[in-house]
Design a protein around this ligand. Structure first.
Ligand SMILES: C[S@@+](CC[C@H](N)C(=O)[O-])C[C@H]1O[C@@H](n2cnc3c(N)ncnc32)[C@H](O)[C@@H]1O
Length: 312
């Protein structure tokens, strides 16, 4: 029996800002345990195409397929390939909206075997698609300099050099194979004497996960594909969980909503200025209420941003 459940983060806000309407097509780009998809389907008579790269979540789509038949489709794949995945299904326009909840699912965090968890020991894996190079491979074979760059670029870890150096020394004695091997080693390097609120290895785990799953590139492609397939009135709702993701979304949305600017405001524009094709909806961003954080502490760093296509 599968006892793992997942509390969808900012669910009410995501549903509200997706603006779910009858007879339109929506994409849930991060299906997970189906929390968003289920509620979108319940809310109105619309169609949901759900995407997830993790083969372990496919089983959660079976019951929805049974209940909603041709109103629901699950596609196993990366949202960075969204346009191609939809083309295979003969879909070239999304009329309703696209939502992506970018964090990790409970399936990743609670099942130690997936290798994402500092708390639950398991093999150092971290591959969402269960394909490609694992965190164990990176930690035990990358050069010190490459490791330190990953830790700094994707984790903004101030002790990235010292941690990379220690990993290279320690792996000569013993292979670093489990999440606890790595977490304990980082704890020793960071030597935090005071009790900590977040584990000292958190940033390193985040950095490795982003690198292994090419997460920032995936988000760039998701936005790029989405803006090309959204029909006027369709919305893009993205929920991020750390500053690197949020910065990327914020800056890209800003550019999309600004349109073309006159290069020199003192000179007349030589060509007619392009009006922006997207507009921001509501506040610059939404965060969980204190009540939601209390019920689901994992939601504490979530930020939701939304844009709408206004013209072709
Ligand atoms: C936070 S969970 C989503 C939870 C979901 N909203 C729910 O309510 O159950 C994020 C999901 O996105 C998936 N994912 C992450 N990156 C992905 C990518 N590039 N392409 C497709 N799926 C991805 C993960 O496998 C995970 O299942």
């Amino acid at each position: 029996m599968n006892l793992i459940t997942h509390n969808p983060v900012l669910l009410n806000e995501a549903l509200e800002y997706l603006n779910i309407r009858n007879n339109l097509v929506y994409v849930d780009a991060t299906f997970g345990l189906g929390g968003y998809t289920k509620e979108i389907l319940k809310k109105n008579n619309c169609t949901v195409i759900a995407v997830d790269r993790d083969p372990d979540v496919q089983k959660f789509s079976v019951i929805l397929k049974k209940n909603y038949k041709n109103k629901f489709k699950f596609i196993l794949g990366k949202f960075g390939d969204l346009k191609k995945l939809l083309e295979i299904e003969s879909v070239d326009k999304i009329t309703g909206g696209i939502v992506a909840d970018l964090g990790m699912s409970s399936l990743h965090l609670e099942n130690g075997k997936r290798g994402f968890s500092i708390k639950n020991n398991g093999p150092l894996d971290m591959r969402m698609s269960k394909k490609g190079i694992s965190a164990e491979y990176v930690i035990n074979s990358f050069e010190e300099d490459e490791l330190s760059k990953i830790f700094w670029n994707y984790g903004e870890e101030h002790k990235s050099r010292k941690i990379a150096k220690t990993i290279v020394i320690e792996r000569k004695k013993n292979k670093i194979s489990t999440t606890h091997d790595l977490a304990n080693l980082i704890k020793k390097v960071k030597l935090q004497k005071k009790p900590y609120r977040i584990h000292p290895a958190t940033k390193i785990f985040q950095a490795l996960r982003i690198f292994i799953n090419n997460e920032l590139e995936e988000i760039k492609c998701l936005i790029d594909h989405s803006i090309n397939i959204m029909a006027p009135g369709a919305r893009l709702v993205l929920i991020s969980f750390h500053s690197l993701e949020d910065r990327l979304i914020k800056n890209t949305f800003k550019k999309l909503c600004e349109g073309e600017k006159n290069v020199n405001r003192h000179l007349p524009s030589l060509k007619p200025l392009m009006k922006p094709k997207f507009k921001k909806i509501g506040k610059p961003f939404y965060i969980p209420t204190e009540n939601e954080i209390l019920k689901n502490p994992r939601s504490r760093s979530a930020k939701l941003r939304v844009i709408e296509r206004v013209s072709i």
